[in-house]
Design a protein around this ligand. Sequence first.
Ligand SMILES: Cc1cc2nc3c(=O)[nH]c(=O)nc-3n(C[C@H](O)[C@H](O)[C@H](O)COP(=O)(O)OP(=O)(O)OC[C@H]3O[C@@H](n4cnc5c(N)ncnc54)[C@H](O)[C@@H]3O)c2cc1C
Length: 477
Amino acid sequence: MTVAIWWIRRDLRLHDNQALHQALCSAQYVIPLFVLDPHLIAHPARSERRIRFLLHALRSLDTELQRRGSRLVVRHGDPREVVPQLVKESHASIVVAEADYTPYAQRRDTEVALVAPLVLTPGLTIHAPGSIRAETGKPFTVYSQFARSWWKLRQPVLTDLYPAPMQLPPLPEVWSDPLPHPSGPLPGSFPPTEAEARRRLSHFLHTRLASYSKERNLLDGSGTSQLSPYFRFGLLSVREAWCQAQSYLENPETAEGARAWLNELVWREFYHHLLAAFPESARLSMRAAFRTLKWPGIPSHLDAWREGNTGFPVIDAAMRQLRTEGWMSNRARMIVANFLTKLLLIDWRHGERHFRRELLDGDVAANVGGWQWSAGTGTDAAPYFRLFNPMRQAELFDPTGNWIRQWIPELALVPQEFLAAPWRMPPLVQHAAGCIIGRHYPAPLIEYDAARERSLAWFAAVSTSTPNRPRTRKEKG
Ligand SMILES: Cc1cc2nc3c(=O)[nH]c(=O)nc-3n(C[C@H](O)[C@H](O)[C@H](O)COP(=O)(O)OP(=O)(O)OC[C@H]3O[C@@H](n4cnc5c(N)ncnc54)[C@H](O)[C@@H]3O)c2cc1C
């Protein structure tokens, strides 16, 4: 009797799962294992919302496994002890897991590999981090160069994908801890099942891909796939999403949208590659000029930003959506990140930490990448003089005002012409709209033009220091 352990981490799916496939090819019995790691579950910076999503998703995966003749084995504890213990109990000859590249995951897997026969497979990204390098052998730090090389590689095709097995081998005799009950329901917007992920992908490709280039910036998120939580937990294979979207390149009506969407998947790859090459970028600005300086922002402004009480409707709507749904569109993320770092001059790491706690799709690579890009502290970042005008952004990307009104009910009756800047309402209009500024809705935290001038001067002074990037693991030897 040969036994393999399929150690599930960020790959909560049966379709196109390279780790599961390898486990099935390696042994007669396969144990689907999930380790509830106290480092992640009880960490002070943990996200309650993501833990809830994870527990619901594990339940759903267990149901699917049982339908196919298997079941989920759950163990609580440190994987460095739990995995070798299960190897011993079950006489497993191999443990297969999808590789993960966060600094914590890399340390954990290196240590587990010392005490268990661990084999890592690709799957988190299409091309494994480290596999794409410039001619100099160094990792790319600029997206456009990375993407050019990326598109030249052989991309997966439908016949590369592994279908979900109809039947799974039975389990050997092993016990399982009970799966804890999620501490509460999830908001209805993101049902955590593999079936929902697949339904969304197919619905998006059929109905929204053609208009993606034009509508992706809409603040209500209706123009994008809203698949990020599913990619985050591996409820959907990125390889599969790629293959399906690629087929739309052939149709002239959908080609432009398909190209733009596929490029977003390449951004996702880029940030995973970047984090694997520069693990310290999770904590430190990539540009040396920003490493040691103290950002001059005011702490109470950070609280107002977090709570959605800045007095700028586009910022407050986004932050309230984040608090309620655990999600916001990419455009909204860029606007609120630009506002925090470039107008309030608050260290990007405060924003990154808040996002990481609140986002259902919170992912170290994409989050740190997005924040460093927005703050101008990354190697390939938005230039410091690229400041978003929050009023203009609201008018451009929430043209009906419905999204702002949805998230800020105090502004429901404010006439459209004042919605982006309600402090401009004359007193009589404030009365008529039932929204007195300073009483029902905050006055703006800053005066935009003055804050803009101050920011440009501060960033110009910092940016005259030599831009630099941290050294890669290889360069450090
Ligand atoms: C400050 C900031 C923080 C961010 N934090 C996260 C995060 O923690 N987790 C996360 O998944 N994304 C993050 N992003 C990237 C992006 O905003 C989200 O992936 C996107 O909004 C998800 O919506 P969607 O699934 O509808 O995207 P779509 O437009 O449909 O794109 C499809 C997929 O491509 C990937 N993707 C799209 N844009 C990006 C991008 N700019 N960078 C990396 N991957 C991308 C996502 O996996 C997304 O699901 C962040 C962006 C910014 C500016």
